[in-house]
Design a binder for this molecule. Structure first.
Ligand SMILES: NC(=O)c1ccc[n+]([C@@H]2O[C@H](COP(=O)([O-])OP(=O)(O)OC[C@H]3O[C@@H](n4cnc5c(N)ncnc54)[C@H](OP(=O)(O)O)[C@@H]3O)[C@@H](O)[C@H]2O)c1
Length: 316
């Protein structure tokens, strides 16, 4: 007799992607029947094979196949989108399909960054966030049960970008602004687990969940100093003053003006850590106190022992 699995069935759009693959792996590891929607012409063959071998059900299709999307949605309970930034507005097609399907218990759109409804940032990043906010408003208007996630900075992704640990030669480390502003860096594995936990947690329904564990706040100068202690190396630092960052955000063409604007918001303005997590907010590590969070110190140990491959950090 087939074993009945009562765990929520979770469908992930963008599940072969950078953060999506961590979310899919967490979903499988937590025992959820997990579906990955992937384009027919996806070149992520290796990742698709890996996820399939772990137990993911791969569904091939495009966002324009409305009827197909609706029937797929009717097979699952929870929908998580981890689509990349250029595909953010495509999520309106997911919203339309969820409305028709009528059975989805929770939708998490592809936010996974700063708390977009609480920040005011430089215009290129503001335009970027405005598209994500548009999806949040469409979800609310459609009365779809949601969880909006503010995952803050992807830990390994930002360590890689800021410290460039993979470089063999003596790297020059760029420090944005004074380097003293605190930022929140959360390991990708923890983001995966928090996301699946929140997606199926009634306490996170129709709430914003902020991933801000206390051990994951650090300034750039503290991060550099921690890395120097671990490696015994002294790094050459070059500061980019705030005015230069603002001016670059005005002069660089789109979309190159976006990363500098994001760096300004995170490392100069401190938007990941500069507001209180109030009573109405849900903070992930407080919601799941029994989950052991990867500290930044532990994250750097991983880099020291086995540096992950550099990612092409475009922040988008
Ligand atoms: N907080 C942070 O530090 C941070 C950093 C980076 C990104 N983000 C955010 O994280 C979210 C996910 O971004 P990501 O970088 O993880 O995504 P990604 O790896 O670039 O892409 C995710 C997936 O999207 C799918 N996709 C669908 N249509 C596509 C198209 N036309 N072109 C290319 N790929 C397409 C691909 O899957 P298939 O090939 O299988 O179809 C791809 O694997 C975004 O909201 C982004 O803004 C946050």
């Amino acid at each position: 007799m087939a074993v009945q699995n009562n765990e929520s069935k979770i469908l992930v759009f963008g599940g072969t992607g950078y953060i999506g693959s961590y979310i899919v792996k967490a979903s499988i590891n937590l025992g959820h029947p997990t579906y990955v929607f992937s384009r027919p012409n996806s070149h992520k063959t290796e990742m698709l094979n890996q996820l399939q071998s772990m137990g993911a059900i791969i569904v091939k299709g495009t966002m324009d196949e409305h009827d197909r999307l609706v029937s797929l949605l009717r097979e699952v309970d929870v929908v998580i989108s981890a689509l990349a930034y250029p595909q953010v507005l495509d999520q309106l097609k997911i919203v339309e399909a969820i409305k028709v399907a009528g059975n989805i218990k929770r939708f998490l759109p592809s936010d996974f960054g700063v708390e977009e409804d609480r920040v005011s940032v430089l215009p290129p990043f503001e335009a970027f966030l405005e598209k994500k906010r548009k999806i949040r408003r469409a979800v609310e208007a459609a009365n779809i049960p949601y969880t909006f996630v503010s995952a803050n900075c992807y830990g390994a992704y930002f360590v890689n970008f800021l410290l460039r640990p993979y470089e063999q030669t003596e790297a020059i480390i760029t420090v944005y602004g004074s380097g003293e502003t605190k930022a929140v860096l959360v390991s990708e594995e923890d983001i995966g687990v928090f996301t699946i936990k929140a997606a199926t947690d009634p306490r996170a329904c129709n709430r914003v969940v902020i991933y801000r564990p206390a051990a994951n706040l650090i300034s750039q100068l503290e991060l550099i100093s921690l890395w120097e202690k671990k490696t015994g190396r002294s790094l050459n630092k070059v500061h980019v003053p705030e005015e230069e960052m603002v001016s670059l955000s005005e002069s660089l063409p789109h979309p190159e003006n976006i990363p500098i604007s994001i760096l300004h918001s995170v490392f100069v303005k401190g938007v990941t850590a500069n507001f209180e997590v109030g009573e109405d907010d849900v903070e992930a590590s407080a919601l799941y106190p029994d989950l052991k969070v990867t500290t930044i110190d532990e994250l750097l140990n991983i880099f020291q022992c086995n540096p992950p491959k550099p990612v092409n950090a475009a922040f988008a």
